[in-house]
Design a binder for this molecule. Sequence first.
Ligand code: GDP
Length: 446
Amino acid sequence: MDGVYETSTILAEATPAGVGAVSILRLSGPKAFRFAFALTGLLALPVALRQLAWLSVAGERIDRALVLFFPNPASFTGEDVVEFHLHGNPLIVQKVICACLGLGAELARAGEFSERAFLNGKLALPEAEAIMELISARSDLGLKAALRSLGGELSLELLALSDMAMGLKLQQQVCLDFPLESEGQELGLQGLRLSLMELQKRLERLALAARNQALLRRGLRVTLCGRPNAGKSSLFNALLSYDRALVSPLAGTTRDYLQEEILLEGFPVQLTDTAGIWDESESATEQEGMVRAKRAIGAADLVLYIYDASLGLTGEEQALLDELGCLEKTFLVANKSDLSGIDSGVLSVSAKTGAGLEELRGVLVSRFFGDQIPLGEECAVNARQAILVEAALGFTRECLDEPDEARQHFLLEQIVASLNTLRFGGESGGGHREDAEIFRSFCLGK
Ligand code: GDP
């Protein structure tokens, strides 16, 4: 660890820009307190480490703010930190920022507060990354996973895996160094294999968590399509639980596509309602509507083909479905089941009565995750971590199949290196400046 390494004092708005009840400006660095004293006129730290004070520049009052002091090392960054809780007017925020810059503060880069916390040993990398996951989570499950990682579960698991990999490397080294004791070596090799399999299993669990988190972050893209009047817009509204799309007995009401995001059993789903793609209208608007519908079908993870149960799925529709070439991601839904007593063998729903909707939601969720629906017991694993988990997993699998001991040794070293990069951002195993690129993807003020 480098210790308190910065001489600069950085500044950023910690709350979103714009008008609000409160805007928070955060300063971190050796001169943070000095700048706060200059703006408030305070001569020393208040006993309670917080003070309601007027902020003034050259005798002109800017705002009356709550000023919080966090002396190092017991602060988020490990440095002296000051927070100004200002009235939430961008003009005030701007004035205080200018005043601080005038005193010598520097604007923080994205993620610089977290980076300093990491470099000062205040925050392990997986926890720092979990903060970003927590901020950007779009579902309850995403939040839960981020909280697990923030609470140190991912760090602990990575530490355990790292210890395991190190142990394996040493064990393998012993087998390499003492090849003559053949019976002992045989046992050793067996043990090595079992441990590698255990490592593989645990890495696979993390890889699955990463895949699920990526899906949760992105959301499932579901496109509703079908003939005009099949009830697509009605079903769209029913799934949204409010009347977003115009519903009409006249065919061709939906010309453009509509998009809304919903949470289905906690999973983010982006629903797209399209124009009826088989309307033979010559109108340019409707033609364009169909082009857009086809585009939305192409981009979808799952296409719900809605047809009118009372009319049945016609041969013509079947042919057009084949022509679209998306059968493997298409799910047939017979709507208006209230008008038809026929059991068509596909999922029957009624947008009007709500019958079958729960089942349809279930289909969407199971399509989302296949048979590996997360139960809220996973840690958040971000894209950077996912790449390294996959790398470690690849080396582990290869190692299991590798008869050559020298190559095995090399692969074990690669596993250890991947796990170190996962934990520390670099192979060196310590908070170093060159490892801090990761923080550039963080948001400003974090
Ligand atoms: P779209 O053109 O496919 O978007 O179809 P709409 O949602 O606009 O619906 C066309 C007509 O079918 C409207 O009059 C709806 O009220 C009616 N409709 C939609 N779903 C149902 C349903 O489940 N049962 C019945 N009886 N009518 C429905």
